[in-house]
Ligand binder design. Structure first.
Ligand code: SF4
Length: 71
């Protein structure tokens, strides 16, 4: 598993390449905290392994990628 936003507990997937970082919202308990847009391949020092969720995200990306629509 790569250490990137896609495999991070704080990531919320939005499309096949990007999502939102919920680190501040989840660690502060402030639901109004900013959730900046991040690239799936980005990463930072706050990264935490999301475990099995990573494979669920990979499956979602695969089924929503342009290549999948051609099949
Ligand atoms: S920016 Fe850091 S904390 Fe946020 S999703 Fe990416 S790795 Fe996780």
């Amino acid at each position: 598993m790569k250490t990137n936003c896609l495999s991070c507990k704080y990531y919320k997937i939005k499309d096949t390449q990007s999502g939102l970082c919920r680190m501040e919202a989840l660690t502060s308990g402030n639901r109004e905290a900013k959730k900046p847009k991040v690239d799936a391949e980005d990463h930072c020092e706050k990264w935490i392994n999301c475990g099995q969720t990573y494979y669920i995200r990979l499956g979602w990306i695969k089924s929503n990628s342009p290549e999948a629509e051609k099949e």
